[in-house]
Design a binder for this molecule. Sequence first.
Ligand code: ASP
Length: 337
Amino acid sequence: MARARNLPALVVHGGAGNAGPGAERPERRRGMMAAIRLGANILRAKGSALEAVVATVTALEDHPLFNAGYGSLLNSEGNVEMDASVMFAEPFSDSTRRGKRSDRTHSHDADYTVSAGAVAVVSRVRNPIMLARAVMENSPHILMAGPGAENFARKAGIRLVRPEEMVTERARERWRARKQQAGMLESQAAARAAIGHGTVGAVAVDLHGAIAAATSTGGVPGKLFGRVGDSALIGAGTFAHAFGAASATGQGEAIILTALCREAVLSLADGAPQAVARAAIAEMIDATGAEAGIILIDRRGRIGYAHNAASMQVARYDPAGGVQHLWLAPIATARRP
Ligand code: ASP
């Protein structure tokens, strides 16, 4: 049953991590504003939350200053390996009742159905979020990885590119500079300490009450060949449900350990998104001492975000406030005794 008076809203993040070169900030802001406008226009035209988050994340994947799609960070071997995921919570309609449901869709709430798709360690698609969506909509699975995922892409009509086409000169330079520093990431502790910036994600609610989340990344700097992060994992880096949706960024290992997005979305049952976002990050700090950020939206279109890294870039849209961009200050990082 579609709910009356749903207010559309959209939140986007461009990664939590180090602040990055100051000279890049104006262009990162511009890229994020252009991306959120695409999503906001879809919502204004009564389009779906799923279309809005996928369009927004696709635009950021195409932007070379974000660590997703073209411009992704390189792994320890100097190659691009990308992760992405998408999740959609739809109010029941007659079409969902008539057989759209399958063993991949589940009802978490009496009148919502959720579905999800994800890809891990892909290097031959320009827009991993589109492939994640294709896995959700056109395969019997939720998560596909590596060459199998790329083979599926071809069958789904998604053009394959040469892996080198995804590597920017900027990413190559950063990889070389890192290589010269002492070693790449060889321990889990070192992996947890690594954080860059520029992963992208979006969460949205549409006029019909549907809720969606999408996340895409090139991973953490210096990650080992074959490493999969939270952005490919439903419940960790991405989650959507009858209560709302979340997308995370930061040290993926910590986000996985704390199932950050699922925990936060379920907490929307008893809290407003801003308070829930802060509590989720505080709990993640307590449990892991790591750095991460989260964006959240609830079914009423209320918005929350929080992080404890040096910097996090977000943009938001709702009919009352229009489109706004923010560089968010971190919450206090002290671990509870
Ligand atoms: N969470 C991403 C990962 O661990 C990286 C990031 O958000 O910066 O792959």
